[in-house]
Design a protein around this ligand. Structure first.
Ligand code: C5P
Length: 291
């Protein structure tokens, strides 16, 4: 095989609770990741030596700081003499959006390289690389449509969603810095125990497994909404607008600023998207489903 095309989907966090702090400035989370059909595309072409990354995105850094370049460097370190690869990244997932685009790109690049070069990489080894690259990479490496994340978000327990949800996703004009949002988080001095947080989360996940989105509304939750809204008040306005226009289940994804409304059926999502496009720039609205 000389060339491989890989889809790299985005995620939404249907539930995200910050339950404490971890060493190294990170926060301990309990989150529910859900993969959606908003996808980037990676084209990997094998060649003799070296690594080259090109992208359709005008302002995406393609040098050593890019997460895909960093993923290649990890592989190179593990496999000295690794063949070279040219990567073209067709970017549809916005940057700094709370949608895990970069993490997904890194994960599907590693999975693609494993296939393209026949590398003997197991999930455990891939997950170790994922941890070095970023907190959300592990979820995408599991290749499951939904999973619970704990720790920084990197400890993954698959919780496959059997069925298909529909989402109307409202993208923001400008990204939001994840570290900046986490810096705004205020934790209670004496919070609930991890066991209590897990019990509360389990109830939320049961709600979120219900077919009817009305039953799911109580399950949707994101502790980063408040901190993100303090930095970007428009998030609250967009969420309020979605509720006013009749969406029963609305939340922000990850550290924002992307917000979404959840629906059971394609038709409902499409009708809602049409309404929303009367108030928000149509280019910012996407109708997606579980993927
Ligand atoms: O792991 P990742 O590179 O995605 O994290 C970006 C930043 O977000 C971290 O440097 C940290 O400031 C913040 N973060 C956090 N707790 C997490 C995940 C991310 O504080 N669980």
């Amino acid at each position: 095989m000389e060339r491989l095309v890989v889809q790299s989907p985005a995620k939404l966090n249907l539930y995200l609770r910050v339950v404490g702090r971890l060493p190294g400035g990170y926060h301990r989370l309990i989150t529910l990741f859900h993969r959606i059909s908003l996808v980037d595309r990676l084209v990997l072409s094998k060649h003799a030596r070296g690594f080259r990354l090109r992208t359709s995105h005008p302002s995406l850094e393609t040098g050593e700081s890019n997460i895909v370049t960093r993923a290649y460097r990890l592989l190179e370190k593990k496999y000295p003499g690794l063949p070279g690869v040219d990567v073209f990244l067709d970017k549809r997932i916005p940057l700094q959006a709370g949608l895990g685009g970069g993490s997904s790109n890194a994960a599907f690049f590693l999975l693609g390289m494993k296939r393209l070069l026949g590398l003997p990489l197991g999930l455990r080894e891939l997950a170790r690389m994922g941890d070095t690259l970023g907190s959300d990479v592990g979820f995408f490496l599991h290749e499951v449509n939904q999973a619970v994340g704990e720790g920084r978000g990197e400890k993954i327990r698959p919780l496959p969603f059997r069925g298909e949800r529909w989402f109307v996703v409202a993208l923001a004009e400008q990204g939001l810095s994840t570290p900046a949002v986490y810096r705004e988080v205020r934790l209670p001095r004496r919070g609930a125990s991890l066991t209590t947080h897990r019990r509360v989360a389990r109830i939320a996940f049961e709600r979120l497994a219900e077919k009817n989105v009305i039953a799911c509304t109580e399950g949707l939750y994101n502790d980063l909404e408040g901190p993100a809204i303090r930095l970007r008040p428009e998030i609250q306005k967009t969420m309020a607008l979605m509720f006013q226009l009749g969406a029963p289940a609305v939340a922000m994804s990850g550290s924002g600023p992307t917000v979404f409304a959840m629906w059971d059926y394609r038709k409902e999502a499409q009708t809602f998207a049409k309404k929303l496009r009367g108030f928000v720039a149509p280019a910012r609205i996407r109708v997606c489903h579980t993927c």
